[in-house]
Design a protein around this ligand. Structure first.
Ligand code: MAN
Length: 562
């Protein structure tokens, strides 16, 4: 009994409780249930229940002849059994304009003392068969048709039924208890999601502020960096460029002066040598030879020597020595200009150093701002345009990037949780507690697996890959009408929850596999049956406490409608 479809089984016996005042009422005609007694009170006349205009003498009640169109004058015989039975589940089919009468009574009332009273279809009254299932007291065969005599078996049947009912009730209670636990667990899981959403929302608020602070901080650092001067020659402001160019030019000129001085010294020594030669020539030649060429040469030399030419000034040479000596006092200290952290503007505004500290700070800040404005407006060169990003900027950027990544991952998680909260999780959200839980059953060549709200799978027993039979898409409510098997492991009749799984593995020459999982109340999660309704379209029948309905089950033992 442990795995019985409990809510359905509780409706198997169409039994009624005795009404509290049944014993005090006057005796009723045969086959009349206590709730219809009031229609049979008049000692003279009977009024057809559904057709009050038709009245008959009381003697024609149960005279085995059908007088009333609703059969209410024959509660204890089968005389009116040809009339459509009163069935709340299957109302009579009525064609437009056609009046089809239905029975006013649910059937022949069996008192079934010692067990539960019940109604038997009128066709079964006096048909020569003891219908112990519905009429354990045998009162349906009161006429003894064909000599049949039905003993009263209610004591035995009632005892057995009560025993079974106790087991059933225990199982039902256990199922309901399990369902309660599932609902509690589902609520806890839902609360967890809600709490996480709250945490994420607060976290996201904080992260948004953090990101905007870091964005601002990065912009500030980038801006401040623009105000700094680059050390390398030629890249700074205009003064830096000028210094660099000047140094190059002066180095070049110095080299040339050195070279020209060497050439001058060489020329000077050649001239001295030639003058010496000429002097000796003049002193040593013989004027008596009267050589015209020699005379002309001596004359030219005398003229040359007589010319007034400036003598070298030693002071000029000293000046040149000074200029060419990089170690001299007056040499320019290029490193002071080129190898400095200070910007052009800093250099220009060294006067700050003479100011009192607060004023100096103020002036410094203003000057930095001014420099930034000048850079941003293209008046001063931006020293950083073609240099690598500074560590401060890189660090600020990486902090910003990781804060942005955190924010975006939290936002994604929040969206997922919010979508989850909006999802359908069945009555009392109960399936939330079962999501992802799987059960299996062997059937034919395969083991079938069903996972709540996730997927269904076909696993070949003789090896090979699994086949996806669909992924969960939605919860549906469907009406089923099936005979309940003796062990109760089936759907029975009524509204049932069904989980629809679609888009499984594609079926060769067919659709993508899909599964409808129909659920009915049971004490434990269990696959009862798997059918391939058409090629690659499957149906599973599954028992689970998740779909038990405590209220209905507690009323349990009768037709709800009576
Ligand atoms: C496999 C199984 C069957 C299905 C066929 C269709 O054998 O999935 O259930 O009918 O493929 O080719």
């Amino acid at each position: 009994m442990g795995h019985t479809n409990l809510s359905t089984l509780s409706l198997v016996l169409p039994l009624l409780f005795f009404s509290a005042n049944a014993a005090s009422e006057a005796p009723r005609p045969r086959g009349v249930g206590p709730e219809f007694a009031k229609f049979y009170k008049d000692a003279e006349t009977f009024t057809c229940i559904s057709n009050p205009s038709i009245k008959i003498p009381i003697a024609r009640v149960n005279d085995d002849f059908c007088d009333c169109p609703d059969g209410s004058d024959e509660p204890g015989t089968s005389a009116c059994s040809y009339i459509s039975p009163l069935s709340p589940q299957q109302p009579p089919k009525v064609r437009v304009g056609q009046f089809v009468e239905t029975l006013a009574l649910p059937g022949f009332y069996c008192k079934n003392k010692g067990h539960q009273p019940g109604y038997l279809p009128f066709t079964n009254v006096n048909d020569g068969i003891c219908d112990y299932e519905l009429c354990c007291d045998g009162s349906d065969e009161w006429e003894g048709v064909g000599g049949v005599k039905c003993e009263d078996r209610c004591a035995k049947i009632g005892k057995e039924w009560r025993k079974q009912d106790e087991i059933r009730q225990k199982s039902l209670n256990a199922a309901n208890q399990r369902r309660k636990e599932l609902v509690t667990e589902a609520a806890r899981l839902k609360k967890e999601v809600e709490d996480r959403i709250q945490t994420l929302k607060t976290q996201i608020q904080g992260q948004e502020i953090k990101v905007s602070d870091l964005e601002k901080s990065l912009a500030d650092i980038e801006r401040a960096e623009k105000g700094k001067v680059v050390k390398s020659a030629g890249k700074g402001g205009k003064l830096g460029v000028l210094s660099s160019l000047t140094k190059e030019r002066i180095d070049e000129l110095t080299l040339n002066v050195q070279r020209i001085r060497q050439e001058r010294d060489a020329a000077r020594s050649s001239l001295d040598e030639l003058e010496g030669i000429m002097r000796r020539f003049k002193e040593e030649y013989n004027p008596n030879f009267n050589d015209e060429g020699v005379k002309r040469a001596v004359k030219a030399w005398e003229d040359f020597a007589a010319q007034d030419r400036p003598a070298p000034v030693p002071a000029h040479d000293r000046d040149l020595d000074e200029i060419l000596n990089p170690e001299s006092e007056s040499a320019i200290k290029w490193d002071d200009f080129l190898d400095t952290d200070e910007s052009d503007v800093d250099v220009l505004y060294q006067f700050e150093a003479y100011l009192p500290e607060p004023v100096r700070n103020w002036v410094d800040a203003k000057l930095r701002d001014l420099r930034i404005i000048l850079i941003e407006n293209g008046i001063l060169a931006d020293p950083h345009t073609d240099s690598a990003e500074s560590k401060a900027v890189t660090d600020a950027r990486s902090q910003l990037t990781s804060a942005q990544a955190e924010l975006s991952s939290d936002k994604t998680e929040l969206t997922n949780h919010e979508e989850d909260l909006a999802k359908e999780y069945g009555p009392d959200d109960v399936f939330r507690a079962l999501k992802g839980q799987c059960i299996e059953k062997d059937s034919g060549e395969y083991t079938y697996e069903f996972c709540f709200l996730e997927r269904t799978t076909q696993k070949p027993k003789r090896g090979g890959g699994n086949t996806g039979m669909g992924n969960f898409v939605r919860i549906e409510k469907i009406v089923v009408d099936e005979d309940l098997p003796a062990d109760g492991k089936g759907l029975g009749s009524g509204e049932r929850y069904a989980l629809q799984y679609e888009n499984g593995q594609h079926c060769w020459n067919g659709p993508n596999r899909s599964t409808q999982v129909v659920l009915a109340c049971a004490e434990k999660d269990e696959i009862w049956k798997i059918i391939e309704q058409e090629k690659c379209v499957y149906r599973m029948e599954v028992g689970t406490p998740a779909v038990c309905e405590p209220k209905k089950a507690a009323q349990g033992k009768g037709h709800d409608e009576l």
